[in-house]
Design a protein around this ligand. Structure first.
Ligand SMILES: [Zn+2]
Ligand SMILES: [Zn+2]
Length: 76
């Protein structure tokens, strides 16, 4: 199950469920559209994977799997 994160790993932009600007990489790191194309040039800084549009989570699934606040971006 894809873990839904509430904001961009890089810039903390809000990325609500169903929003058009949320992208995930193959390892489910979440970024906004601006960071994926401009900051990271379509390569995930965590795992090197490519980005795809994040699928919209159904409301019934949101109740069972609420948005996570866990950060996956490696801190230096
Ligand atoms: Zn961002
Ligand atoms: Zn990644």
């Amino acid at each position: 199950m894809l873990e839904l994160r509430p904001d961009c790993e890089t810039c903390d932009n809000d990325l609500p469920n169903g929003g058009p600007d949320a992208f995930v990489c193959t390892f489910e790191c979440t970024f906004c559209a601006d960071c994926t194309s401009n900051t990271h040039q379509d390569i995930c800084p965590n795992c090197g994977g490519n980005f795809v549009l994040r699928p919209t989570r159904q409301a019934s699934l949101l109740e069972k799997f609420p948005p996570s606040t866990k950060r996956v971006l490696k801190k230096t």
